[in-house]
Design a binder for this molecule. Structure first.
Ligand code: UDP
Length: 449
């Protein structure tokens, strides 16, 4: 694609602002994913506009990330944080703001990639109004999340209905792992197109670093056993399983043991304050002296934490993909993870880490001990883990697959349009006023290979 002739595409991420800094409390995997695919797609020749809801009147309306990639913050409802479970009411306003922006700029996005079900709803409305190709990534699937959590919020029914509609009506749903694809098929709908394209990581940042140097830089003891957790404080992340496992593992009883918890309190958490609960539990388990709570860390320093750790634990009860696991592996750190969702796809047991059933405290303790006590094996894992990420999970590789998918959908849309014209019955004239045209005639295409 030439610089002058770039195809504009819109990426919509209602609540996860791609321009937000990762040190902000409520920033997670979706923000990182959207920002990185946006930038990587721009490098591949697309004109990328990423849309999100404005949550702070002081935030810039438009943030230019690179010459052909920007974030546009749309006003929809009060310019303040609103919990995800209450955001649906503001989505019609978001849609209106999106259309207004599009008209003002004189742009028509032929392809819209939505993220999370709220943005997916916006995509479905756009599909009704315009001839667009709709691609969707879920990031979190209601049905699986509610099963894992064992409860449903009042918005659940609406969300589940819309997630089904998205799968059946979008031109393609991107599943970030074969496990997510299976869940979509079995639990959401047998109809609709799905393509597996994983999440990724910045392999120039998350890379092999010397453990000795990383520990020196961070002021950690060279002889300590270090277990690392990185992530948001959210009940589905299973931090309590990790704490209980650490309290029960042999390494802890032998001393010289540290649990580093990078992440931090979420002032907007939609339930009990998870950070308080975790700190109280740490006290009860007599772990407080072994734990270092670092708060949120940015991506410049995080690679050193991964490199300094002997093992990174991802004890989630539900994890659609799990960027943290591949960031750790990219830095050569063995991962002990729950055998759920995308973690079953990214972590190869015995080769890049170990998988344990969620909630299994004894299983996590044993897996942590195994990695901490087998140096030779841990070194082998280091190489295998970093290679796996370099080969399969760079953003450039992920964006390349998305780019191919977009091209394929757009090409078919043009082809369908032409075929549709060719197949007009001969007694119809193309400008006849009695020709009824379905506004979505070219949105349902054949299978995406
Ligand atoms: N993260 C970060 N600093 C922290 C904690 C987390 O930058 O202190 C980042 C982490 O590096 C990863 C993202 O937040 O890129 C979390 O993504 P993941 O898919 O693991 O979890 P999610 O937030 O989507 O549940």
């Amino acid at each position: 694609m030439s610089q002058l002739n770039r195809q504009p595409i819109a990426i919509i991420s209602d609540h996860a602002d791609p321009a937000a800094e990762v040190v902000k409390q409520d920033v997670g995997g979706q923000n990182v994913y959207v920002r990185n695919i946006g930038e990587a797609l721009a490098k591949l020749g697309w004109q990328v506009d990423m849309f999100t809801r404005k949550v702070n009147p002081n935030d810039a309306k438009i943030v230019q990330h690179s010459p052909h990639c920007r974030t546009i913050r749309l006003s929809a409802g009060p310019e303040e944080f609103i919990p995800k479970n209450e955001l649906f009411a503001y989505m019609p306003e978001f849609l209106e703001a999106f259309l207004k922006f599009q008209n003002k700029e004189g742009t028509n996005y032929p392809l819209v990639h939505t993220n999370y079900w709220l943005s997916g709803w916006v995509g479905l409305q756009l599909q009704e109004l315009r001839n667009i190709q709709l691609v969707h990534t879920h990031h979190s699937l209601g049905i699986v999340k509610y099963q894992a959590a064992g409860y449903q919020p009042p918005i659940a029914k609406t969300r589940l209905g819309i997630e089904k509609q998205i799968l059946e009506q979008a031109n393609c749903v991107v599943a970030t792992s074969p496990q997510e694809q299976e869940a979509l098929r079995k639990l959401v709908s047998e109809a609709g197109e799905i393509k597996v394209i994983s999440g990724g990581t910045d392999i120039s940042n998350f890379r092999l670093l010397s453990k000795t140097e990383a520990r020196l830089k961070l002021g950690f003891d060279q002889t300590e056993h270090i277990v690392l957790y990185v992530g948001r404080f959210d009940p589905r992340k299973g931090v309590e399983t990790l704490l209980q496992a650490c309290a029960n593992c042999q390494a802890k009883s032998l001393g010289n043991f540290r649990l580093v918890i990078a992440g931090g309190e979420d002032p907007h958490s939609e339930g009990d304050r998870e950070d308080e609960r975790i700190k109280l539990l740490a006290q009860k388990l007599e772990l407080t002296e072994n734990i270092l709570f670092t708060g949120r860390l940015n991506h410049d320093i995080l690679p050193f934490y991964y490199a300094a750790a002997d093992v990174c634990v991802v004890p989630s009860y539900y994890e659609p993909f799990g960027l943290v696991a591949i960031e750790a592996m990219a830095c050569g750190t063995p991962v002990v993870a729950s055998n759920v969702g995308g973690l079953k796809f990214t972590v190869i047991p015995e080769e890049t880490g170990l998988l344990v059933p969620p909630h299994d405290v004894a299983g996590f303790a044993a897996a942590i001990d195994r990695i901490l006590t087998d140096d030779v094996w841990a070194k082998k894992i280091r190489k295998q883990a970093s290679l796996r990420v370099r080969h399969n999970f760079s953003w450039a590789y992920v964006a390349g697959q998305l780019s191919d998918l977009y091209r394929c959908l757009l090409a078919r849309s043009i082809m369908n349009e032409q075929l549709w014209h060719l197949h007009l019955p001969t007694h119809w004239s193309t400008n006849a006023s009695n020709v009824e045209v379905s506004p979505v005639r070219s949105t349902k295409l054949g299978k995406v290979s």
